[in-house]
Design a protein around this ligand. Structure first.
Ligand code: SF4
Ligand code: SF4
Length: 114
């Protein structure tokens, strides 16, 4: 099960240099993880996946499900949390705000990224 970069990515490129297997590429201006190179950081000196750990967005880089039921149960849990109003939105909102500010600062420093 590899990691993948989603459309929440703000193109900060922090993950590019931390991947121990150089699995993260920029193709046509978009960041992409080569599933054949991604090892989930297993066997490296890191104990957690570095792309996710350093990403300034909440879900710009996420685990890609290859198992139907893992994905199904995760979606089910999120739906139940929404229906019962037990969803913890605090960190979602925090990351959204933080990544938006971060992207604005990046765009100021590198206008060609905007
Ligand atoms: S999980 Fe580790 S190996 Fe896979 S893309 Fe992220 S940093 Fe690279
Ligand atoms: S660290 Fe996150 S936001 Fe930055 S390029 Fe990588 S996936 Fe995108």
């Amino acid at each position: 099960m590899a990691y993948k970069i989603t459309n929440k990515c703000i193109s900060c490129d922090l993950c590019l240099n931390v991947c121990p297997t150089n699995a993260i590429k920029v193709i046509d201006g978009k960041r992409w993880i080569d599933p054949n190179l991604c090892t989930n950081c297993v066997g490296s000196i890191y104990s957690v996946p570095q792309c996710t750990a350093g990403c300034p967005t909440c879900d710009g880089c996420v685990k890609e499900y290859t198992n139907y039921w893992d994905s199904w149960f995760d979606t089910y849990k999120k739906c139940v949390a929404k229906l019962t109003n037990k969803e913890d939105n605090y960190w979602q909102k925090w990351f959204s705000c933080y990544s938006q500010k971060y992207a604005e600062q990046l765009a100021k420093r590198n206008p060609e990224l905007a």
